[in-house]
Ligand binder design. Structure first.
Ligand code: TRP
Ligand code: ZN
Length: 460
């Protein structure tokens, strides 16, 4: 045994030595970031700064064509680098205005520029492509392909976790955030709802180009557009925040009503967590009963059958937890879903006081016990969004509040948000903040709630 181990470690040393030499000479950017669940997602060797997604969409055929321009900075000298891109046809790739070689293997797109890119240098890649996007069969959700979707004349994008590469080439991991420009051209009379601040609408005759800017860092899975027969309804939220909602024209009135608590929710969550992170918010409702909603950055998307007050609160709260503070890796998903579930209960508390909160949490507890929900800190990579990360994740926060008291608890939330906003956090980062603020050793507490199989006793 010992002999084998010695042999293996020697081999590792030799390989590691080889890698170091290659890195010094410049080399290939890694084709994945080693996410514990989806190790091929994302790429190493560079840091994206800005994406410009410029696409024309033929709504009737679902065909797209255009370019994605990526400004990035090399974090090592690169002889080649990868983007993640699923399907579609690439006609040209240019790096700093010079045509580059490329090859494709599944969703890995490897680009070899004419000359190596020096470490530290900012470079611009333009990918020209076309075709009919096909949703990505994501291993995290069995049988529910995600990304670019089209149903009944409406096109919409829901990408969490891996679907962003179904419509634009990108560094497909939440740890590499960037700002974005969307320039989306569609035939009249269709309307584009895009993440970011709408800045322009250009009339080209038969088509219109909708331009929007995402000026804050965004993970690629939160970039989204929807195309349909929408009416845009604007409201002014707290502190003059623009709330722009896109509703199917024939349901505009009832949906305006359903989403009317949004402004008040923003005020409530800003008071509890810290200022709303972005320069615009709103919802887009697509006339498909897909049974859910998704927290795209600044523009949550809802299926028609998912429009209820608690889902509206859930998706809004993700703007703080999920979008502004994003998971370091996908196994930290309870930091998104547990927080958003607990935010629903905080909204119930705001409406109905202590009973509102306990009723909400009691119901979740019963379900959690009935379903024997496993540990949210150890999610299932083939069923990432299962009940555990939502309900037991939410209960982890409630139990923490009962453990450390209201004052310390909300200070923990605010500190965590302030420290990791526009960036990423891991479960250990959250635990460290909780221990720092409460001045308690919480290792047994988090072990029990996040990692032990058994559902912990209710602590009330
Ligand atoms: N994050 C979503 C929520 O708020 C759930 C979700 C994850 C989702 N991936 C999705 C919804 C893809 C629709 C499509 O709970
Ligand atoms: Zn959620």
């Amino acid at each position: 045994m010992r002999r084998v181990a010695w042999f293996v470690s020697l081999l590792v040393l030799v390989l590691a030595g080889g890698t170091i030499v290659i890195a010094q000479d410049g080399g290939q950017g890694a084709p994945g970031l080693g996410d514990p669940f989806y190790d091929g997602l994302g790429n190493g060797g560079y840091d994206t700064l800005h994406y410009t997604i410029d696409l024309a969409i033929e709504v009737d055929t679902n065909a797209i064509s255009g370019t994605t321009t990526i400004e990035a900075q090399a974090t090592q000298t690169l002889t080649s680098f990868n983007l993640d891109f699923h399907g579609l046809e690439i006609s040209d790739i240019a790096v700093d205005d010079v045509s580059a070689d490329f090859s494709r293997d599944d969703f890995e797109l490897t680009i070899t520029p004419v000359a190596p890119i020096e470490e530290g240098v900012t470079f611009v890649t333009v990918v020209t492509y076309s075709g009919i996007p096909t949703p990505y069969p994501d291993p995290s959700v069995d049988g529910f392909p995600i990304g670019w979707l089209r149903f009944g004349g409406t096109i919409f994008v829901m990408s969490e976790p891996g679907g962003a590469m179904s419509w634009f080439p990108n560094n497909n991991h939440p740890s590499d955030k960037a700002t974005y420009t969307f320039e989306i051209t569609v035939p009249e009379p269709y309307v584009v709802a895009a993440t970011g601040l709408p800045v322009d609408e250009i009339d080209n005759g038969d088509t219109r180009t909708f331009v929007s800017e995402m000026n804050d860092p965004m993970a690629s899975y939160l970039a989204s557009i929807s195309v349909g027969d929408f009416v845009r309804m604007d409201e002014t939220g707290p502190d003059g925040l623009l709330i722009r909602n896109y509703f199917p024209t024939d349901q505009a009135e009832e949906l305006t009503d359903a989403f009317s608590p949004t402004g008040e929710m923003i005020t409530v969550f800003s008071d509890l967590f810290g200022p709303y992170p972005f320069e615009v918010y709103g919802a887009v409702v697509v006339t498909i009963p897909f049974g859910g909603a998704l927290e795209n950055q600044t523009l949550s998307i809802f299926g028609t059958d998912a429009v209820d007050e608690y889902t509206i609160a859930h998706e809004l709260s993700h703007q703080w937890f999920g979008d502004s503070v994003s998971p370091a890796t996908w196994d930290d998903i309870w930091l998104n879903e547990g927080f958003a579930t607990y935010a629903e209960a905080l909204w119930a508390e705001y409406l109905d006081g202590a009973t509102g909160l306990t009723d909400y949490m009691d119901e979740l507890y019963e379900y959690m016990v009935e379903e024997e929900l496993g540990p949210p800190g150890v999610p299932d990579s083939s069923d990432l969004f299962n009940g555990s990360v939502y309900l037991r994740g939410g209960w982890t926060l409630h139990a923490l509040r009962l453990e450390v008291g209201d004052e310390a608890f909300f200070e923990i939330l605010c500190t965590y948000y302030e420290r990791f906003q526009y960036a990423n956090a891991s479960t250990d980062d959250f635990i460290a903040v909780a221990e720092e603020i409460s001045e308690e050793d919480l290792s047994d507490f988090f072990q029990m709630w996040l990692y032990d199989e058994e559902v912990p006793e209710m602590t009330e």
